[in-house]
Write a protein that binds this ligand. Structure first.
Ligand SMILES: [Zn+2]
Length: 118
């Protein structure tokens, strides 16, 4: 009987619909991002992709957002880090001096007590 092959044929016939959905004419979404240097970056997203709020500028690397009137300010991480490193360095120097002074004082105290220090 031809019943089985008819069902199989209808399943094959459903194929073109699926192929049309994933054709190479996938819709693209172009979104403009603006950085604080006035650069415009237009990455292309898949239509179903979630567009991020912040994008790195392709020209200068600064953060860019969708608002050309109010782009994100350039990050101030570097000067802050430098300052923090400076404070930390100074603090550790002071600590090192204090530890050294304490060690010397202890050494002198033990010498004074008659201990032999090598
Ligand atoms: Zn830029």
């Amino acid at each position: 009987m031809a019943g089985g092959s008819a069902i199989r044929g209808s399943r094959v016939g459903a194929g073109p619909m699926g192929e049309a959905e994933r054709g190479d004419s996938a819709p693209r979404l172009y979104v403009s991002f603006f950085c604080s240097n006035g650069h415009e970056t237009r990455p292309a997203f898949a239509a179903e992709a979630v567009v991020p709020e912040v994008w790195d500028c392709m020209r200068c690397g600064l953060p860019a957002n969708l608002d050309s009137e109010n782009p994100p300010p350039p990050p101030k991480i570097t000067p802050y880090k430098t300052h923090l490193a400076y404070v930390k360095e100074r603090r550790s120097d002071e600590e090192a001096e204090a530890i050294l002074a304490e060690a010397l004082a202890g050494l002198r105290a033990r010498r004074a007590a008659g201990e032999v220090i090598y």
